[in-house]
Design a protein around this ligand. Structure first.
Ligand SMILES: Nc1ncnc2c1ncn2[C@@H]1O[C@H](COP(=O)(O)OP(=O)(O)OP(=O)(O)O)[C@@H](O)[C@H]1O
Length: 755
């Protein structure tokens, strides 16, 4: 194989419906090189955004724009690397990009649809498919799954360990032999004899990764993950084994590299991510330079692990995932501004001042800035002119001139209201009281609605819980396994989910120990959790697929019976002919049109048998994948619930111990549900690590903060709290408290007006 340079592709994440897009364009030139141009509005150091544009152009082997689908990415990027790996060469595919830009989606896939399968499941499918076709070699496939967090390696696949935190997983260390070969101690290599077993290992690793993650350690965002397919092959009878590896790498979010203003754990993580990505960059740059003899692999764990699979005759591919949302571009603008401010500070500290006069244009610009600064009634507004002493002095003299003008009699006509006095309107008080009255009424109504809803919810909770248990049962792996087993009889491999089921009872079976209240809360939490829609959708889809597979299985069996029947007819025919041959031996060698017709029919049936069987096999893989997705979603839901539940338990404890501060969010922790939002989609408060639900979370936060902001700070004694009739439902109780606060404020307002 020819020495390869590193190939770099870009993939642009599709924008959500409500995300304003950033400005970018994609071009392909004559040499089939793609360029991606991003326009970042030019930001001046003085805080003005003018109409000048700044454009950043990046070249890529190919840019996959928003509408590119997972199969396209696989075909163009991963398939050639998988082919090379099958041919005995090592390969590596990285996904690199900021948090939320689609690295995991590209490498592993989305959790919702079968068509969202990413590079790993598609590559596994492709490899096992190819192996089946090649009988000239004996292949063995092993899988390893390594997570690197803060420069420490963890084995995600060791089945002996029950991980509840990352540190529970076996710690992987690097060893180097005298020949400078790298060995990874404690990284297990699990054999996978078919696609299904390999997918189960992927699922196991992902589950361990998710379970080990806590809100404090959102490892999926801040760790690197290396899924490796180890391929060994040899010719039958030969002792020579050819080995190759294909690494599929989901890198940590890259934006933390430049993040400032973080401390403690975040700072440590940022440093490690920063360093490891920096060392990876160094290695990639060194590899891309011709005649470079020293490649600095040893600096980080990741580059050490990938040492034999980068550059040289290995195929190395980087996929830069990009989220070109306006807010990300705004972030660039903000960072650029921060850089400018730091430069200014530096200039001040080092005392480097410029001596030349300000130009006419600069003076005009400062005049405009001062004008808009003075006209802006917002007290927080700042007049930003940077650290340039000439500009600062000019501003002072300008303001001095203005104040002197104010002092002069009859000379205030075009002087702005620099003191920013507010006109106090007496009618404001009345309006405020009216507003509060309305609010009071509104709260009253809400409470009635909420209490009624709560009663209904409680009644339904038990049924729904039973339903949920049924949900787990009616599509259990063993059932699907036996169903498919029946359908496929001799030819189709049985569905073995041992690897998966060995891990699942612990994860999903714990709910039997929950108290009834906790189960009720779980039920409500589940129903409004974003993932339950996915679970329900997948459940429906699974039912459809099962029905489809069942009917296909029946048809396959029918055809097989038909073929057997036709074969029997041919045998019968032979027997008849043999009997006739005794009477007239000549007829024995004559062609038999009936037999020919029977054979033609068999061939026809065989073709439809093959088509249906292939479809059935595809369905089997799809069903298994959907089951894994559902298990994953269920585990995530349960984990989110546990985090939420324990956070609330701590809050309740704190509430009992402390005096009640009414507008403190720590006392009135936002509940998981916004029950009152009948016209809005239901929202749920989920822990920070649930990225997909962040919109919903913010909707709850804004709801809660609206609630809290609508009343001013006031204290009421614990004894008065105890006289409030609480329902036990946190959202309703929050509303009741908000109601009490609103009433108190109204009374306070009235009192103060009467005085
Ligand atoms: N190409 C895409 N098409 C559809 N959805 C996508 C695409 N890329 C990403 N997403 C969705 O965007 C969200 C964030 O993507 P993902 O988790 O892959 O980001 P990430 O870069 O891996 O983030 P992190 O660094 O936090 O792990 C997910 O809900 C994912 O399903």
């Amino acid at each position: 194989m020819v020495k390869q340079t590193i190939q770099i592709f870009a993939r642009v994440k599709p924008l959500g419906r409500r995300q304003p897009p950033g400005i970018y364009s994609v071009d392909e030139d004559d040499t089939s090189t793609f360029s991606l141009e991003i326009i970042v509005p030019h930001d001046l150091a003085d805080g003005f955004v003018n109409n000048k544009r700044e454009s950043y152009k990046f070249k890529f082997q190919k840019v996959f724009d928003q509408e590119s689908k997972q199969d396209e990415i696989f075909e163009a990027i991963a398939k050639p690397v998988a082919e090379c790996a099958l041919g005995g060469y090592n390969g590596t595919i990285f996904a690199y990009g900021q948090t939320g830009s689609g690295k995991t989606f590209t490498i592993t896939g989305g959790a919702e649809r079968y068509s969202d399968r990413g590079i790993i499941p598609r590559t596994l499918s492709y490899i096992f498919h190819q192996l089946q076709k090649d009988s000239s070699m004996v292949y063995t496939i092993h899988i390893s799954y390594l997570e690197i967090y803060n420069e420490c390696g963890y084995d995600l696949l060791d089945p002996r360990h029950e991980a509840s935190k990352l540190e529970d997983l076996p710690r992987v260390t690097i060893m180097e032999d005298p020949d400078q070969n790298i060995h990874l101690k404690h990284l297990s290599l699990q054999q996978a004899t078919n696609e299904e077993e390999a997918l189960n290992l992927l699922f196991l690793g992902d589950t361990n990764r998710m379970i080990a993650e806590t809100p404090m350690n959102q490892a999926s965002t801040r760790s690197h993950c290396i899924f490796t397919i180890h391929i060994s092959s040899k010719e039958p009878g030969s002792a020579t084994i050819r080995r190759s590896k294909l690494h599929l790498v989901d890198l940590a979010g890259s934006e933390r590299v430049g993040k400032t203003g973080v401390g403690g754990q975040l700072l440590t993580e940022a440093k490690y991510i920063n360093l490891s990505l920096h060392y990876l960059e160094q290695v990639i740059i060194a590899l891309s330079e011709k005649n470079r003899s020293h490649i600095p692999y040893r600096n980080s764990m990741m580059t050490s692990v990938l040492r034999d699979s980068l550059g040289g005759n290995c195929m190395t591919i980087m996929i830069a995932t990009l989220s070109i949302e306006k807010r990300n571009i705004d972030m660039i603008v903000r960072l650029k501004k921060e850089i400018q401010e730091l430069k200014n500070e530096l200039t001040l500290v080092t005392g480097e001042q410029r001596a030349e006069e300000l130009t006419e244009e600069e003076l005009l610009q400062i005049d405009e800035q001062i004008q808009s600064f003075l006209e802006d009634t917002e007290p927080e507004t700042i007049l930003e002119v940077g650290a340039d002493m000439r500009k600062i002095k000019y501003c002072f003299s300008y303001l001095k001139r203005l104040i002197n003008e104010v002092k002069l009699p009859n000379n205030h006509h075009h002087v702005p209201n620099i003191l920013g006095e507010k006109n106090v309107n007496n009618s404001n008080g009345d309006e405020e009281v009216k507003k509060l009255r309305d609010l009071l009424q509104q709260r009253d109504n809400e409470i009635n609605i909420l209490v009624n809803m709560l009663k209904r919810e409680k009644k339904k909770a038990q049924d729904a819980f039973l339903q949920f248990s049924a949900l787990s049962k009616d599509i259990s792996p063993s059932e699907s396994s036996s169903l498919l087993k029946n359908m496929e009889s001799e030819q189709m491999a049985s569905v073995t989910l041992e690897t998966k089921s060995a891990f699942l009872p612990r994860r999903t079976g714990g709910r039997g120990e929950m108290s009834l209240g906790c189960q009720e809360a779980f039920e409500i939490f589940r129903r409004d959790h974003a993932d339950s829609i996915t679970i329900d959708d997948n459940k429906q889809l699974l039912k459809v697929r099962f029905a489809e597979a069942k009917s296909l299985g029946e048809k396959v069996n029918e055809i097989r019976n038909k073929i057997n029947h036709l074969k029997e007819e041919i045998i019968q025919r032979h027997m008849q002919k043999a009997a006739q041959a005794v009477v007239s031996p000549r007829e024995m060698n004559e062609p038999d049109p009936v037999e020919e017709a029977l054979r033609a029919q068999i061939e026809k049936e065989k073709i439809s048998y093959k088509t249906m069987f292939t479809r059935l096999k595809g369905l089997k893989i799809e069903i298994e994948h959907l089951q894994l997705l559902m298990e994953k979603s269920k585990l995530k839901l349960q984990k989110d619930f546990e985090v939420w539940w324990s956070a609330n338990a701590i809050d309740v404890q704190n509430q009992e111990e402390k005096p009640v501060l009414l507008n403190s969010t720590s006392v009135l922790k936002s509940p998981p549900l916004v029950l009152g939002a009948q016209t809005d989609p239901p929202a749920i408060r989920v822990p920070n690590n649930s990225r997909a639900s962040s919109d919903k979370e913010s909707s709850v936060r804004s709801n809660t903060s609206r609630l809290n902001n609508s009343v001013s700070t006031s204290r009421i004694s614990p004894s008065s709290i105890s006289s409030i009739p609480f329902t036990g439902d946190s959202q309703t109780d929050a509303d009741i408290l908000a109601f009490v606060r609103a009433r108190q404020n109204l009374l306070l307002k009235k009192e103060s007006r009467n005085k």
